[in-house]
Design a protein around this ligand. Structure first.
Ligand code: BEZ
Length: 253
């Protein structure tokens, strides 16, 4: 699994819409008192905490040690551990697995679905939201164009997010033994917080794409991308990212 280094403060302070939108996914999960729920890719634990507030027993896992450290500091009463989403296994079986804004980071999607399936009770549910087909298309088109135009074609290999269609992801779920009970692929232009522009989004989420490029050049490329996206990704002077979400619920038969 690819390792990402997260700036947890930037995430919590400037990009907190990631977990604010996640509250809608919790409404689809409908956690019940007494249920045992796994939060897969829990980040700094905000949604894990909301699931716990609904009365469920919840366990948050994330591949990032930085995220887990923050989650433990913020929510000391909850249980969190560093774990690889492509390789986890528990004795205990779960009523549900929840995941928000995580699965697009993991190219080994079949392995993730297999691990989720194996840790659920029969009848257990998997509720997830992540980037769907054509997610952040303007941003990707611009990054690719600017990298190539400036002699960094090699770095385009790092544009490797996984954004499937409903059909593609539902097939993986069904092959594994899930029955898909809900699936929607919708547009959600997502406005950046006040005073935040696309540069900050790129610094936070596209860091790996600039691997091996020195800081000055990277800043120059980010400025070029920002200028390129100015006409398409701003409304009334506010920056937005052209998200397309895939929201899905499936049951282990
Ligand atoms: C997303 O949540 O859709 C996303 C976040 C970071 C990079 C790409 C996509």
């Amino acid at each position: 699994m690819i390792k990402h280094n997260w700036d947890t403060h930037l995430y919590d302070e400037k990009h907190n819409y990631v977990f604010k939108f996640g509250e809608d996914v919790i409404n689809l999960l409908k956690p019940q008192p007494g249920e045992i729920i796994l939060d897969l890719g829990c980040g700094t634990g905000h949604l894990t905490n909301l699931i716990a507030e609904a009365g469920a027993e919840v366990y948050g896992i994330d591949s990032s040690a930085e995220m887990i450290e923050q989650a433990r500091l913020k929510y000391p009463a909850l249980k969190f551990d560093v774990m690889d989403a492509t390789n986890f296994k528990f004795e205990k079986k779960y009523d549900a697995v929840f995941s928000n804004a995580v699965l697009h980071w993991i190219p080994e999607k079949e392995k993730v679905v297999e691990c989720v399936f194996n840790c659920l009770k029969p009848g257990g549910r998997f509720v997830a939201e992540f980037g769907g087909k054509d997610n952040v298309k303007n941003v990707i088109t611009s990054i690719r164009k600017i990298l190539i135009a400036n002699g960094f074609s090699n770095n385009t290999q790092y544009i490797d997010w996984y954004f499937p269609s409903i059909g593609e992801y539902a097939s993986i779920l069904e092959k594994t033994g899930f029955r898909v009970i809900y699936a929607v692929h919708f547009d959600r232009d997502t406005f950046m917080n006040e005073g935040v522009d696309i540069s900050s989004w790129l610094e936070m989420f596209a860091k790996r794409i600039f691997e091996g490029i020195n800081e000055d050049k990277k800043s120059e490329l980010i400025e070029l991308i920002k200028n390129d996206l100015g006409p398409t990704n701003q409304k009334d002077g506010k920056w937005f990212v052209d998200y397309k979400r895939l929201r899905i619920a499936a049951v282990k038969e």
